[in-house]
Every structure is written in structure tokens, then in C-alpha cells.
Design a protein around this ligand. Structure first.
Ligand code: MN
Length: 261
């Protein structure tokens, strides 16, 4: 099996080294990762400029490439035959902060997995619930513990086209992890505040600050299950149609679309 690994934190981030090391137990590992931190870049893709991709010294992988593009650019390289050998799977992460519920469209980690599905690669994104202020204490072992189970799912079952797994791990020692649960996306509440300050040249600048987002407690959702000590696996399908609203809207302003029904 040939596994390509990328992330959104950049090729130097410890999470991608932990993931590559663990994935190597299951096959050949090639890293294609951004040269810098792209966290919260979403599904950014470079179309207005060329990409540069250079070999990189990465002891935990069989081969590694560093790219000046986004996480999704790295996935597309893997999907569009940048490598000589066929690719079976793309794994993204390990992101040091969680990517729950609506976070997934913000996340470069998760969207790199999304991009991979466009090119028929099975894919999963890995994140850990480590607080932003305690990143120096992060332990990636919960995601390393979950990895064999995720690889087993991806190799034994065929996910439908455009579907992938979003994996969120509690920030706990392995012996305290209660297991793995399938979940649905819950609801995130964002606590951003706009911070206004003045730069050394007297010009105002603005920065999104505030507390980290919180998950609403709801049974069976990604945030709640992870908080309860389980690794959360949410299957994501990239069709954001609101089917309930679609039904409701059919009763609105029906003169606008009644002729097309
Ligand atoms: Mn990140």
C-alpha cells in the first residue's frame, strides 16, 4: 500500500512526523506537505501561479516533498500523478487542535482529505483536542492509537466518491481513551471577537481574537463523544445541500419556481 501524507501545519510540524512514522507500519509512505503553516486555509487551491515542489529530508518517510502551495495543492499533486507510483490513500494531520462540526470548512487539514477524494483516493483527516495554549505539551499518541483502525476501515470498505473520514481524538493518555465511536457533525459556537489595535506606524489593524470555539452538548455528535473520551469518526460527504430547507422552500414564493417543478 502506498500512503501519501500531508497536513496544514507545514512539513516541520511534529504532528506530520508522528503520523508518517505510525503509517509506515502499513505500507510505503510519501510525504507531500506545505513549506509553511496553512492552518485555517480551508479548501484553498492554487490556480493563478505555478507550484514548486522539492525533495525534503524526512527521516520518518520513504520519500518526502515540500511544496509552496496549500494542503489541497499537496493532495491534488498526489491525486494527479505527481509521483511515479500509484497512490492508494491520503492521510492528513495530525492537526494539534480539533476540527469538529462546522470547523471542517475552515480546516486545511480536513479539506486536504476532501480534495483527495476528487481523485479517487481514500482519505482521512486526524486532529487532536489539545488546547491552543498547551501546544508544547501535545502528545500525538491518541491519533497513532486510532490509525490502524482507520486504515482498516479505509482498506476493507470502499467509501462512496467524495466521502472521507474526519477523525478527532481526545487529548488523553491512551489508557484513558474509552474507544472509537461513529458520530455525526454537531454544532460549534464561535467566540471570536474583533481586536482593534494600532501598528508602530500609526495604522489600525484588526485581528480575530477571543476564546476557542465550543461544541454544543448533544448525544452522538463529534464534540460530545470526543469530550466523553472516545475517538470520534465522522464520515463526511461533500454535499452541503440542506434537504430539510429545500423541502420547506418549495412552499415559499412558489410563483418563482412553480413552472419548473
Ligand atoms: Mn493546523
Amino acid at each position: 500500500m502506498h500512503i501519501v501524507i500531508t497536513n496544514d501545519d507545514g512539513i516541520k510540524a511534529p504532528g506530520i512526523h508522528a503520523l508518517a512514522k505510525a503509517a509506515r507500519e502499513f505500507g510505503k509512505v510519501t510525504v507531500i506537505a506545505p513549506d509553511r503553516n496553512w492552518s485555517v486555509c480551508g479548501h484553498s487551491k492554487s490556480i493563478g501561479r505555478p507550484l514548486r515542489v522539492d525533495p525534503y529530508d524526512f527521516p520518518e518517510a520513504d520519500a518526502a516533498w515540500v511544496c509552496d502551495g496549500s494542503p489541497s495543492d499537496c493532495s491534488a499533486l498526489a491525486g494527479l500523478k505527481f509521483l511515479d507510483e500509484p497512490v492508494d490513500m491520503l492521510l492528513s494531520g495530525i492537526n494539534p487542535t480539533p476540527n469538529l462540526s462546522q470547523d471542517f470548512t475552515y480546516s486545511g487539514t480536513v479539506m486536504a482529505a476532501a480534495e483527495a477524494t476528487y481523485w479517487d483516493l481514500s482519505a482521512a483527516a486526524f486532529s487532536i483536542d489539545c488546547p491552543r495554549m498547551k501546544q508544547e505539551l501535545i502528545d500525538f499518541s491518541p491519533a497513532v492509537w486510532a490509525l490502524p483502525r482507520i486504515i482498516e476501515l479505509l482498506t476493507e470498505y470502499n467509501l462512496p466518491k467524495f466521502s472521507f473520514l474526519n477523525v478527532n481524538c481526545p487529548n488523553l493518555p491512551i489508557e484513558k481513551i474509552k474507544g472509537i465511536r461513529l458520530t455525526r457533525s454537531g454544532t460549534r459556537i464561535y467566540n471570536d471577537v474583533l481586536v482593534r489595535k494600532t501598528d508602530p506606524f500609526g495604522r489600525p489593524y484588526y485581528w480575530f481574537g477571543g476564546d476557542p470555539p465550543e461544541s454544543i452538548e448533544e448525544e452522538g455528535t463529534d464534540g460530545t463523544v470526543m469530550k466523553d473520551g472516545f475517538v470520534s469518526i465522522t464520515p463526511i460527504w461533500q454535499n452541503m445541500t440542506d434537504y430539510q430547507l429545500l423541502q420547506t422552500m418549495k412552499s415559499w414564493h412558489s410563483e418563482l419556481w412553480k413552472d419548473y417543478e
